[in-house]
Ligand binder design. Structure first.
Ligand code: DON
Length: 565
């Protein structure tokens, strides 16, 4: 299994390398003069959402249709076996956050990924049933529907059922991903799954009959169609067969949570951000404050001085991430302290304008790698200007790689987002401490940061991206690009991205998109610079001054689609 995973990661590196040779191009599908819009990672899911808006539904209805459609057409990240976060803004300006993040099973324990010597057992938190948290997406959508939905539930689920039953035409990228992962999915699942049924190519029809039946149960019985009855029995049986921990009691006790968003003001704009168990909202609020105090934008867009400043800010913020954040139902997150002026002064005052601070001087630690995995974000605005930002995930590509037999969907591998051992990095190189340790029923810390921005009481932008630990920094740059550098959404989404995260003590730059002179200047300041294929895959919307909408997606990073009318 280990050899297989290594082969897989070198293969992805090769694919990354080839695709990063292509510079980002201007949109083909860039659309303006629209007042209703869905931007998401797959054309068929965008269509499912926009059709609901055309049928008179609101942004929340469209979000539910899009979430379920993504579970069919974008199975490496779209899901019913995972979880996510939503930030919403009603047309009257009220913002709210919904947490449908997975939870640790009741039988989970702090050391469940350690061997007798206390060492981390490789891959146990990443592959197979042990990696899976109790799924939250269906409860999340049901909770959203009950509070905000306007069309009948069955109308919102039907597009996904049709896609599963009639089949979705595979794009080139989906076909390539399925071929890359089908062997491991079949091997982990222990039976021939849909994924491994043939060698896929662009244009093939991918039919998912078992999943269609599961969705029919969800359509007919709502939440109970997943957490009770046949689907629940299939989950519990699969868990038992693989010596997993998820029980009927875990499914009964899963409930999403409404949370108070993190609000922050940046240069006259109001940001509504995801609170813990996302670390992103607090960190973005903290970093924007420092950027404003340092007048960082005056250094100029993506100059060496600007990237240096961002890096110094980000390394300090991510050091906090490793220490202070965890599920707010279990630990205090000290949000007010972390956002107080006194704390920010004490934390950031030692930044030097021309010299890197080694991360080891900020806090000790040691980690290795960073890569892109899969999650997906979508943004929706309806004609009333209700707005939705949802980031949803199985965590890694195709999650735990375990398909629930009989029900046809993949379970997540979100347990890896816990701190499986203090000081030991997860797949994103993120380190955690006690606040993010495993407890029964606890939610694992996340970086997902769906964000909504308004100005003078009016909706301004919906921002979000996948990308593991890079979600926070990519969102930060999009926000800064829009506000500080007055970019269009297209420009902000396509602009070259950087990332740093305390440990490893490195700056990541999108390959081939930064001048060597800038890289040289950063290295002269003491930074270690690495080029990576790409950072983030944002799907965003900006409201133009006349109230029409501008979508933003990056065609070089996937099948992202803007649908509007
Ligand atoms: O919640 C988190 O922070 C991670 N599980 C997100 C994973 C992710 O973004 C992978 N994809 N690109």
């Amino acid at each position: 299994m280990m050899h297989f995973l290594k082969l897989l990661s070198s293969l992805s590196f090769f694919i990354c390398f080839v695709s990063c040779m292509t510079p980002n191009k201007a949109y083909k599908n860039h659309t303006k003069d629209m007042h209703s819009m869905v931007v998401c990672s797959h054309p068929a899911a965008a269509k499912a959402g926009i059709d609901i808006l055309k049928a008179g539904g609101n942004a929340y209805d469209a979000a539910i249709a899009t979430q379920f459609a993504l579970a069919i057409v974008y199975p490496r990240a779209g899901n019913i076996g995972g979880g996510g976060f939503m930030v919403g803004r009603d047309a009257d300006g009220k913002c709210f956050a919904l947490d449908f993040r997975e939870k640790a099973p009741e039988a989970a324990s702090e050391d469940m990924y350690l061997d007798d010597q206390g060492n981390v057992i490789p891959d146990k938190s990443l592959v197979g049933i042990f990696a899976a948290g109790v799924p939250g997406s269906v409860d999340g959508m049901w909770t959203l529907f009950n509070e905000k939905g306007s069309l009948p539930w069955n109308q919102l689920i039907q597009p996904a059922i049709d896609l599963a039953k009639n089949g979705v035409v595979l794009t080139e990228k989906e076909a390539a991903h399925m071929n890359e992962y089908s062997v491991i999915i079949d091997s982990v699942s222990g039976f021939k799954t849909n994924y491994g049924s043939k060698k896929w190519k662009k244009g093939d029809l991918f039919v998912q009959s078992a999943l269609a039946h599961t969705l029919e149960n969800i359509r007919d019985f709502g939440r109970d169609g997943f957490y009770k009855g046949k689907t629940a029995e299939d989950i519990v049986r699969t868990s038992g067969q693989h010596q997993g921990l998820i029980t009927q009691s875990d499914l009964d006790n899963y409930h999403s949570r409404w949370r108070s968003p993190i609000f922050c003001e940046y240069k006259g704009y109001q940001l509504c951000l995801m609170p813990p168990p996302s670390s992103g909202g607090v960190l973005i609020a903290q970093m924007l404050r420092v950027m404003e105090q340092m007048k960082l934008s005056e250094k100029g867009f993506n100059t060496a001085a600007y990237i240096h400043g961002l890096t110094e800010i980000q390394r300090r913020a991510y050091a906090d991430r490793s220490e202070y954040f965890g599920d707010p139902d279990f630990v205090v997150n000290h949000v007010n302290t972390l956002l107080s002026q006194k704390y920010i002064d004490s934390k950031y005052s030692d930044i030097k304008v021309d010299k890197a601070t080694p991360s080891s001087e900020i806090k000790k630690g040691d980690v290795n790698r960073i890569e892109s995995f899969e999650t997906t974000h979508f943004s929706i605005v309806d004609k009333w200007q209700n707005a939705v930002a949802i980031t949803t995930t199985l965590n890694g590509n195709y999650g735990s790689k375990l398909v629930v037999e009989g029900s046809g969907f993949l379970l997540n591998n979100e347990m890896d987002d816990f701190s499986v051992k203090p000081g030991s990095p997860n797949q994103f190189g993120l380190i955690g401490g006690e606040a993010n340790s495993i407890r029964p029923g606890k939610r694992m810390l996340s970086s997902m940061t769906p964000t909504i921005i308004s100005k003078d009481g009016k909706l301004y932008a919906i921002v979000g991206t996948p990308g593991g630990s890079t979600i926070i920094t990519v969102n930060l740059q999009i926000i800064a690009d829009l506000i500080d550098f007055n970019m269009s959404m297209e420009e902000a989404v396509l602009a070259p991205k950087m990332h740093s995260q305390w440990l490893p003590d490195e700056i990541y730059l999108e390959k081939g998109r930064f001048d060597s002179a800038i890289i040289n200047q950063l290295e002269a300041m003491g930074h270690r610079v690495k080029e990576v294929k790409s950072l983030g895959k944002p799907d965003c919307i900006k409201v133009l001054p006349d109230g029409s909408l501008e979508g933003g997606t990056d065609p070089s990073k996937g099948d992202g689609t803007i649908e509007g009318f």
